[in-house]
Write a new protein. Structure first.
Length: 318
C-alpha cells in the first residue's frame, strides 16, 4: 500500500478543493495562497520586467537572483503549473527563490496568459517570447542569455517542452536543458491499469483531463494542434537534453515516462526519474518535505551541470 510522506500529505490536505470545471473559481481559490503577506526571501533579489508582445500588450517576467553570487549568471526560464487555467508568478515566488539559490542561476518566472480567456497558443507563445527576450539581453545584464534552460511543472512542463520544440524549429534560442516536472505532455494522460486515483493522494485525476483540454484548446472536437502537446510532434530529434521527473501517484506518470523514452529514441540525452509514493506536483506542494528537498537538489544539480555555474549550498533549505 502506498504511503504518502506525512509532510506532503499535510500540505496536500491544506490545498483548496480542485475543480477544473470552473477555472475562474479555481483561479481565485489558488490565488488566495499568495494573498497572505510573505516576507521576501533574503537570499535573492527580485525584479519585475516587462516584455512587449507584438501587439503592444505587456508580459510580466519576474527575476530571482541569488544575492551572494556576482557576475552574469546563467538563466532558467520557469513556467508555472495550473492546468493552463490558474497559477501565477506570485504563487510560485517561494519556489522560484529556492530554485535560484540551489541552481546558482537567475530564475525568470513568466506570467503567461491563461485559458479559457486566452486559449492555445497564447500561453505558449508568451513563454517562447519571454525565452527569446531573455536570450537576447545584453552581455552586462544580470544573466547570461547564452546559458539558458527551460523548466516547468505540470502544465508548465508541457510549456517548457514545447518551447524547446519551438526553439529548435524557429532557429533559437539555444537551450542547455529542459527540466520537465510531472509534465502534461499528452492530450490524454495514460492511466495505468488497476489503479484508482483520488484527490486525497493524486491532486489531478483523470476526470480533470477533458475540462483542462477544453479550456486550453477551446474545443476537443478537432485534432490536437502541433505545439499544444509535445508528444503530438512526429520528430523529437535535435532537442536539448532533458531531465524528466514523474511521480508514482500521478496518473500522468506513464505519459511523462513515455515522452522521456521517445526523446531517448530520437537521440536526445535524457534523465528519467520516477519517485514512488508521491502525488503530482509534490515538490511544489511541499518543497520542505524530505523527499522534495532531495529531488529539488537533484534536478538543480542537473541544471548546474548543464549551465556550468557552481551551486551555493550554504543558503539552501536545511
Amino acid at each position: 500500500m502506498s504511503t504518502v510522506e506525512p509532510e506532503i500529505a499535510a500540505a496536500l490536505a491544506a490545498l483548496p478543493v480542485i475543480d477544473f470545471a470552473d477555472p475562474v473559481a479555481q483561479r481565485a481559490a489558488f490565488q488566495e495562497l499568495a494573498a497572505d503577506p510573505v516576507p521576501p526571501d533574503p537570499r535573492v533579489s527580485t525584479q519585475d520586467h516587462i516584455v512587449v508582445r507584438p501587439d503592444g500588450s505587456h508580459l510580466l517576467v519576474r527575476s530571482y537572483r541569488p544575492r551572494e553570487l556576482s557576475g552574469a549568471l546563467p538563466a532558467v526560464m520557469w513556467f508555472h503549473g495550473g492546468g493552463f487555467v490558474f497559477g501565477s508568478v506570485d504563487v510560485d515566488d517561494f519556489y522560484c527563490a529556492e530554485l535560484a539559490v540551489r541552481a546558482g542561476a537567475v530564475v525568470l518566472s513568466v506570467e503567461y496568459r491563461l485559458a479559457p480567456e486566452n486559449p492555445f497558443p497564447a500561453g505558449v507563445e508568451d513563454c517562447y517570447l519571454a525565452t527569446c527576450w531573455a536570450a537576447g539581453q545584453p552581455a552586462d545584464a544580470h544573466w547570461d542569455g547564452a546559458r539558458l534552460a527551460v523548466a516547468g511543472g505540470s502544465a508548465g512542463g508541457n510549456l517548457a517542452a514545447v518551447v524547446a520544440l519551438m526553439a529548435r524549429d524557429r532557429g533559437g534560442p539555444q537551450l542547455a536543458l529542459q527540466v520537465l516536472l510531472c509534465p502534461a505532455v499528452q492530450g490524454e494522460g495514460r492511466e495505468p491499469s488497476g489503479r484508482v486515483y483520488e484527490r486525497a493522494t493524486s491532486v489531478v485525476v483523470p476526470e480533470d483531463n477533458p475540462h483542462i483540454l477544453r479550456h486550453y484548446l477551446g474545443s476537443t472536437d478537432k485534432p490536437v494542434p502541433r505545439y499544444a502537446v509535445p508528444s503530438a510532434d512526429d520528430d523529437l530529434s535535435g532537442l536539448p537534453p532533458a531531465y524528466v521527473l514523474v511521480a508514482g501517484l500521478d496518473y500522468l506518470r506513464e505519459s511523462g515516462a513515455e515522452y522521456a523514452l521517445a526523446l531517448d529514441r530520437a537521440g536526445v540525452s535524457v534523465e528519467l526519474h520516477l519517485v514512488p509514493n508521491v502525488p503530482h506536483g509534490f515538490d511544489a506542494i511541499a518543497i520542505t518535505a524530505p523527499t522534495s528537498r532531495r529531488i529539488v537538489a537533484e534536478y538543480c544539480g542537473a541544471l548546474v551541470k548543464a549551465l556550468g555555474q557552481p551551486a551555493t549550498s550554504t543558503a539552501a533549505l536545511p
